[in-house]
Design a binder for this molecule. Sequence first.
Ligand code: ZN
Length: 432
Amino acid sequence: MWNFQLFVLTFGIISKIVKCQELENIDYSNYHICRCSKDYSKDVINDVIKPLTSDYDVWTRNFDFVDVRLPKNIKLPKGCQVMISDIDKAIEETKNGMHMSFPSLDQESFSVDTLGNFFFNEYRDLNTIYLWFDLLKRSFPDLVKVEVVGETFEGREMKALHVSANNRTANPDRKTIVITGGVHSREWISVTSACWTAYQLLTRYSYFKKETRYLDSLDFLIIPIFNPDGYVYTWTHDRLWRKNRQQTYWPNCYGIDIDHSFDYEWGSNDDFPCSEDYSGQEPFEALEASSWNKYLNTTKGEYKIYGYIDFHSYSQEVLYPYAYSCEAIPRDLENLVELSYGLAKAFREKSGKKYRVISACQDRGSDLTPGLGSGSALDYMYHHRAHWAFQLKLRDTGNHGFLLPATYIRPVGKETYASIKYFCDFILNPEI
Ligand SMILES: [Zn+2]
């Protein structure tokens, strides 16, 4: 009871602080998001966009089109159409929840259920999410621990929820499933979906057969905010920030793309430190990536990491390794692809939403431009740690892009959790 009051009170204070800081937010009124079809015999970015402007940001690309943020003052190139004309309005919509009234806080009505209902009404900032971690720990002391994975450039903690029912010493061979979100800070739906997953596992344990079996048989290590500095920055300064906030060698350029910083097949994909996918000058230069690597090395005896799922957005895709090259053949390719289709089917059966299955190298474009897929968390985890590893790019397919309104938190959480259940069932019973 007291905890929940503290939660609501603190949430109120934090909300006010965020509102003040919003005044400094970057103004996107001179930009729009465009979809440019690949009807060209040319490369959309290099041949069409770059000659017009250097002021662009690629949101997503696939076989058929590229979504890109462009200045409104340049003529819309042939084959491009506007997807989001008012970016600032779309940003505001991600910061407004459904404004449901707070649940009554009297003793009888407080339950873990109200905690969940309240929490998932809106996107939450870092402090609120970490406070929520503590409340989960107090509500489920036998099922969850909060562990610190490492520290960021700006001194924030990277925190993991370790969810598991049994004492590991009684069951030393249990397999660990790692779930990460928020590697790219603007992909807020990946953060909420990781929190949603933890919440479902905890609240359904002992009431539902599947979750009871999962927590009795498996370990879960869930890191909803893998990039805390970037995430804070998306709340206070730039909702569309993607990288971490590390100082680079170039004085006015900040941030390394964490998903290009891991050591497996690392390569310098873009030397310009201001670019959105800057990989740093050497592997593990991003502190979040090196912290995670150190954490895994020091906890080797504790965790037998078997499965890895990395939530991103957007485009509704299930990606399997490798990202760095389409020529490298992953082990168990056939099973990897089959499992990918199983994950996609779980999404579809839950919500009707179609998720496309492709190799991560195709998604990254490393089949066409070597280097674009280097140093990913997916390849690193697949190669060094996890038997099965996937990246899930969650909703949507471009109407909102990274700026999904808060009304999507629950539906996306539900369909993503359905795919996580499929993954757990597969790991516990690979014959399915
Ligand atoms: Zn991403």
